[in-house]
Design a protein around this ligand. Structure first.
Ligand code: KG4
Ligand code: ZN
Length: 357
């Protein structure tokens, strides 16, 4: 308690400091990451240790293994981030960490390390929402970007359209009723035998296929124009493949991948543009792992131009999980005095915001 009161005061004093250095940690899924960020938007170092090879054998992330791998990697990753930034530990002003949503055992590794560092260095601890981190990746890449804007969040666990009114202020416009977009990519990749993670593999192979070869459904939800549903699409792809297999016919993996990808992208683009029009906003921001998808980028670029809107997408390395985005989000939390006590816990299910209707 004494620590927390002292840190509340420290956070107020920090606002007057010229340069604020934050060490950020991310361990919500299968990447152990650390970064040092200056004043929210300047990345001094960003280190990502990926567990993809470990989980590839199982065709998806095994939570228990993920936690153990984070334990093995976390100290080394922090050490590397500090070394690459050339910053002495004593110059750190705060420690930011993803505390949810994500795999609970995985999150706990980052949260525990962050607490130890914050207490040991006597600096504020900042618990960061993982999705707020994904949104903030855009502030790193696009230095001029400021809220308000419409944000399409597309990751392995989330598909949402959010009205970002200000830093840390969100309204939910729409969301998926079942699978997330990334989840659909991963599942379809698995049935096509493309391995894990599926998104990048589908993206790669789809470049050699015809997106109009097969018409897969673009599902909408009655009376909910900004919500998504991807489970029917996934089933349609599986049925298509089974049907041909039963008849002993072959299919083009490239065409299936391209047609499936187009079906996902068409819906994401249409609803994002419609949301921006409804809110009368001209800035569209994309966040999360699926933001790295080349077809989504092309589709949004084309529609943004047609609708006189500005489009912001981070480069692929900032789209997928990293700690730099957590450092950026943590900076804006710190400026608003949103710091965490040392009792901070991992929260596996953590909505960014509720629906406003
Ligand atoms: O944001 P992220 O790294 O982790 C979560 O917070 O979930 O997103 C991972 C998701 C996975 O489903 C992965 O298949 C998907 O993002 N993904 C992609 C691409 N790169 C990553 N999906 C489509 N195209 C890509 N290029
Ligand atoms: Zn993520």
């Amino acid at each position: 308690m004494i620590y927390f009161q002292k840190m509340k005061q420290r956070a107020i004093e920090l606002k007057r400091k010229k340069d604020i250095f934050i060490l950020a940690l991310e361990s919500s899924c299968d990447e152990t990451a650390a970064a040092i960020v200056r004043n929210g938007r300047e990345v001094l170092s960003s280190v990502i240790s990926s567990q993809i090879e470990t989980h590839q054998v199982y065709g998806g992330v095994v939570p228990e293994i993920a936690s153990r791998k984070h334990v093995e990697a976390i100290n080394e990753v922090i050490h590397c981030a500090l070394k690459q930034s050339d910053l002495a530990k004593a110059r750190l002003d705060a420690i930011a960490v993803t505390f949810g949503p994500g795999l609970v055992g995985a999150l706990l590794v980052g949260v525990s390390a962050a607490k130890a560092l914050a207490y040991g260095l006597s600096v504020p601890l900042i618990g960061v929402h993982h999705i707020e981190g994904h949104i903030s990746a855009n502030y790193i890449q696009h230095k001029e970007l400021e809220p308000p804007f419409v944000c399409l969040i597309v990751s392995g666990g989330h598909t949402q359209i959010v009205h970002v009114k200000d830093y840390g202020s969100y309204d939910l416009v729409g969301e998926t009723m079942d699978d997330a977009a990334g989840e659909a990519f991963d599942k379809v990749a698995r049935v096509l035998g493309l391995g894990y993670p599926g998104g990048p593999a589908v993206d790669r192979i789809a470049r050699h296929g015809n997106p109009n070869a097969i018409h897969f459904p673009r599902a909408g939800i009655k009376d909910r124009p900004f919500d998504f549903s991807f489970s029917g699409l996934k089933t349609a792809v599986i049925n298509y493949l089974h049907h041909l297999e039963q008849k002993g016919e072959t299919y083009s993996t490239e065409d299936v991948a391209a047609s499936f990808q187009k079906a996902v992208v068409d819906v994401l683009v249409e609803k994002t543009i419609a949301s921006a029009n409804m809110l009368k906003l001209e800035k569209i921001v994309v966040a999360g792992g699926v933001a790295a998808n080349s077809c989504l980028k092309e589709g949004l670029e084309e529609s943004a131009v047609k609708n006189n809107m500005q489009l912001f997408i981070p480069p692929p390395v900032l789209c997928t999980d990293n700690a730099a985005m957590i450092g950026c989000a943590g900076y804006y939390c710190l400026l608003q005095g949103k710091i965490s006590p040392l009792s901070l816990n991992a929260v596996p299910y953590l909505p960014l915001t509720g629906r406003n209707d």
